[in-house]
Design a protein around this ligand. Sequence first.
Ligand SMILES: [Cu+2]
Length: 221
Amino acid sequence: MRIFPENASSYGADVDFIFWLITGVITVASIIVIFLILYPILTKNKSRTKEQRYQQGKGFQKLKLIYLGIAILAIADFYFLFEEGPIWRNIEETLPEKEVHVIVMGRQWLWEFTYPGPDGKLYTADDVKTINKLYLPVNKNIHMDLQAYDVIHSVFIPHARFKQDVLPGRNITKWVKMTKTGTYPLTCAEICGIGHANMKAEIVVLLNEDYKKQMAKLYKK
Ligand SMILES: [Cu+2]
């Protein structure tokens, strides 16, 4: 059984690793805590002295298990930070060298994708557009200028483990590198009005030569 959709981006496996690391550690910690609560209740209740039944928690001796718990969780938290720091820095704070540049714009209720025209530059008169279908080449660093036309939307590409809110009046540049050809969904992950559920697009990841052919087709239109 697959819990997550197939990973098709260069950093998807790293994001999954953080997810399973945190889920695993927290699951084990929860089981231990639940056991420590339930075991005495279920087995020791009758033999308790009055003092055991009512712990005031004064003094280090009585608090030591609490301090131990805090210490374990603090260590776990710092370990998560240690593991995820480089991963988030790579995904969120660095932009690898740009190989393809597109604009992804959310609007009520569709996705509009803009590509550089024959001049190879975005934001010029010969730019070309597609609606609800984003063509990308495989294994290239894609810079996406993420924008919203009207209200807040959110670009969600499950197969790339990518999600970013887009805000009217603001440009957010993020990157992705798709590592497998195929067709993947891109949806809106921010309730943005009555048509939100229909705000679905497709990402078509093509081999580089097919991508070039596709762009040539768009230029002709
Ligand atoms: Cu939306």
